[in-house]
Design a protein. Structure first.
Length: 132
């Protein structure tokens, strides 16, 4: 049970830090290497600003900075909750064909979605990170 608790504490501490040290201020955090080198936005561009907005309760602002991140946050929270439950009870779900298929397909789906988002956000102004 130590691993999911440690992960939760780490994410909470990082979120508090990002809430306190505003990434909207230029120069506070290093720039995204993809944005700096190639001038395009990666799927993660705007993630720090989106985290700051979410930590301050500004969902619209978070969506403006990184829509994919905001959409994935609830799934990450549910996944962490399941990890906590499994660590606490020691019960693992029985492997079924459906779970096996999800375990195989989910990483591919996430990669395709992130890649598509990276491409589309560079052509649709609203999906950009909201910064230069």
């Amino acid at each position: 049970m130590v691993a999911p608790v440690a992960a939760g504490v780490g994410v909470a501490a990082a979120t508090l830090f990002i809430r306190t040290v505003d990434p909207h201020v230029p120069g506070v955090y290093p720039p995204c290497p993809t944005k700096a080198l190639f001038g395009i936005e990666c799927p993660g561009c705007g993630g720090l600003r989106a985290t700051n907005c979410l930590a301050n309760g500004d969902i619209a602002g978070a969506l403006d900075h990184n829509m994919l991140f905001v959409v994935l946050v609830p799934f990450l929270i549910v996944g962490w909750g399941l990890w906590m439950y499994r660590a606490r009870t020691g019960r693992l779900p029985a492997p079924t064909p459906a779970r096996t298929l999800v375990a195989r397909v989910l990483p591919i789906v996430l990669l395709v979605v992130a890649s598509a988002f990276a491409i589309v956000r560079n052509f649709v102004p609203y999906l950009g990170s909201g910064v230069g």
